[in-house]
Design a protein around this ligand. Sequence first.
Ligand SMILES: Nc1ncnc2c1ncn2[C@@H]1O[C@H](COP(=O)(O)OP(=O)(O)OP(=O)(O)O)[C@@H](O)[C@H]1O
Ligand SMILES: [Mg+2]
Length: 509
Amino acid sequence: MDTKEEITTLSDEQKNGEEIATPHKELRVHTPHEIVQELDKYIIGQGNAKRSVAIALRNRWRRQQVAEDLREEIMPNNIILIGPTGVGKTEIARRLARLAGAPFLKVEATKYTEVGYVGRDVESMIRDLTELAITMVKSEQMEAAEPKARANAEERILDILVPPMTQSVPQTPPPMMFPGVPVSSTITGVPQGTARTPSETKEMAELNENTRKRFREKIRAGEMDEREIEVDVQQAPPIASMQIMGPLGGPGMDEIGQNIQDILGGMLPKKNKRRRVTIAEARAIFEQEEAAKLIDMDNVIREAIERVESGGIIFLDEIDKIAGGSKREGSGGGPDVSREGVQRDLLPIVEGSNVSTRYGIVRTDHILFIGSGAFHVTKPSDLIPELQGRFPIRVELDSLTQEDFIKILTIPENALLKQYTALLGTEGVEVEFTPDAIQAIARTAFEVNEAVENIGARRLHTILTTLLEQVLYDVPDVVKEKHLKIDAKFVDERLDKVVKNRDLSQYIL
Ligand SMILES: Nc1ncnc2c1ncn2[C@@H]1O[C@H](COP(=O)(O)OP(=O)(O)OP(=O)(O)O)[C@@H](O)[C@H]1O
Ligand SMILES: [Mg+2]
């Protein structure tokens, strides 16, 4: 049977083009192989984890396509990533979300408390995710509205500089808002009289239009950026920046606080303040205001909720730390009770329920949950059985080897060596890391992980900052060379002393 791939896959350029052209873009759907390929650009190794998240993401889409009555029967395919610190768990989830264009929230499972106790209830993660999606959609739409907003902003600046001529021409011209330009030449160039013939009025209108045209071009070309004008700037009511937090905590408290904020914020009139700014600043201010006017908030909310519901991803870090509450019967309450409580509260959300947010009800049925933890002390089987069932995919990540480190340093699009090369490039210095230097860095990272503590790829960060500290300090003041070669000798000189001295490496590396 020939089952052709139904979903058209887009090349990167097309994807980018699509992103700008249509603010209401569909979530991109990738095939499992495509997902892994994409993740390969950023994450070294961890093939099993990549496959599993690819399947989980695709299965969510598959489930959404199934006829409704059967769909309800199909359990969500949430996933637990198990592995030591710094091996790519969070990075995989983050990249997955980015490639899906999905709203993504990373939370620590341990920060939640059982409903009824002081602290954040688990439902708040859905509200946070929704908030993120709103910001995401809003900024996309504002970006799409930018050309229009820029044009509107220009007109507003122009109106201040050269007010348009209305039907009845004012007897005295409004004062010019910036010094240095004679009044007569800016408005019309025609002496202001009392009575005018229709032809005089027409002439003035034409002059006004021509002057506006000239100024419009100057503004557009940035020729007037340094000039100052007076503008009315909208000020957010003070309440919006105030945090109202109930002393009680408990269910829905943050939301109630949020609603109070909204109501109070809406009641207070928006104040205008007159400020003197340069035309460049005015343009930025007006562009923001105009873009905000152009987008339709109802539309933003609808789109954002839709994205959360069908595409949202929540990364539940440290899920191992809330496991273990149920097994130890009679352990005397304490933290265990609340850990199990948090798991119980999580259950309906993971299973699919309605959560009320300030933007309306959000259904959680299709949100993808990715749990993550080291599971050194507890095991996934220490989670309450119902929750285990909701996280059916388990995958272990591997510890990273010296070979992996070499690849992590060099291959990913955001590889550390590329980052430092780019940083020093801004100073006109071209750095070259020789292969034996890269080898030495990877080896050092691996050894320090063995000797001190295994923090995975994070070790590369500390090693590199130590290695390059002097260079970063000396460029461009002391180091004048345009080409800087970092070889194994350089690496050994800088790092050997620190690595050999265990006490020192505990602090520095
Ligand atoms: N396999 C890998 N490939 C490329 N980079 C990696 C890999 N593993 C880790 N890194 C890098 O190391 C850093 C830490 O990784 P990450 O945040 O994914 O750790 P983690 O597994 O979530 O650890 P933790 O359990 O402490 O949260 C990231 O900045 C990432 O760039
Ligand atoms: Mg992490």
